[in-house]
Design a protein around this ligand. Structure first.
Ligand code: GLU
Length: 290
């Protein structure tokens, strides 16, 4: 399999200028390093949003991005994720968790337990305790029985980053594979060895790299790129208005993206000719419409 980079949008809303900029950067990183470029539709949560997914792909093509294989849809790969959960379960590396979100928030935790980490409630239950919890009727989530509490990843923009790895969810109680599992399984299945995405996902990388290592996959190169913010300093959203390709028009969107990266280019090919990852802006880009 040829090494590849990718862009993996969730079809929850039309892509905005910030998403498009991240997609352009993922394409630039892949193409400038001789990699294939792939697009993956992360529709496990938004299965019914086929229309949105189609518009996202059209918009990516309209700004000039090219990909080397038909886009994959996560909703078509249920068996792939279940097989990995089964494999880990067979290795004694999972447990069933009956906790609600509230149970987790209210659980007593060790004094130095990291904020937001799973407190371990269902990790080591006796058979009797397990039966009692199962009797509540709520279908259990499957969690990873993690052997570490943190993991370090190296990325192209921050250097080394160490983050929390807890007993994170692999498959939700409703049977839907969790984001962290699906990403790791798909990146490996598609030969993705370069992960360029918004730096809001920086803290997910240690969990994903750890899971990948457990599954015997090589760790991809990460490049978490700064997000785009609105003028209130909040993460840009489609509802902010004047941010989608339909609203901006292709040439304006490309000029804005190029300008935000310090290039006077009007196409992604021209940006590729100038692309220097070491000179990328490290701060969020604040997008002001108009
Ligand atoms: N689907 C995720 C999102 O749209 C991105 C996943 C990833 O790049 O790993 O936020």
């Amino acid at each position: 399999m040829s090494p590849a980079g990718r862009f993996a949008p969730s079809p929850s809303a039309d892509l905005h200028i910030g998403n498009l900029r991240t997609a352009v950067l993922a394409w630039l990183f892949a193409r400038s390093t001789g990699r294939q470029f792939l697009v993956r539709v992360e529709d496990l949560d938004d299965r019914a949003r086929d229309d949105v997914a189609r518009r996202q792909l059209d918009d990516l093509a309209a700004i000039g991005l090219t990909w080397d294989a038909p886009p994959e849809y996560q909703s078509a790969h249920g068996a792939r994720y279940d097989a990995v959960v089964d494999e880990l379960t067979g290795r004694g590396m999972t447990f069933q968790c009956h906790c609600s979100r509230r149970d987790i928030l209210q659980a007593p935790r060790a004094p130095h337990a990291p904020e937001g980490a799973y407190p371990g409630t269902c990790r080591d239950l006796t058979d009797a305790e397990r039966a009692e919890r199962a009797a509540t009727g709520r279908p259990p989530a499957v969690r990873l029985r993690s052997q570490v509490t943190q993991f370090t990843v190296t990325d192209l923009l921050h250097g080394s980053y160490t983050g929390v790895v807890d007993d994170f969810v692999l498959r939700r109680g409703d049977g839907v594979p969790a984001y962290n599992l699906a990403v790791v399984v798909d990146d490996a299945a598609q030969g993705v060895d370069q992960v360029v995405r918004g730096d809001d996902l920086l803290s997910s990388s240690p969990r994903q790299a750890y899971l990948g290592a457990l599954l015997g996959h090589p760790t991809p190169t990460y490049a978490p790129v700064p997000l785009v913010l609105n003028t209130d300093g909040k993460r840009l959203a489609t509802r902010d208005g004047a941010v989608t390709l339909a609203e901006l028009g292709t040439s304006r969107a490309l000029t804005l993206i190029a300008g935000s990266l310090g290039y006077a280019a009007s196409s992604v090919e021209e940006m590729l000719a100038e692309f220097d990852p070491t000179a990328l802006p490290r701060d969020p880009w604040v997008y002001a419409p108009g």
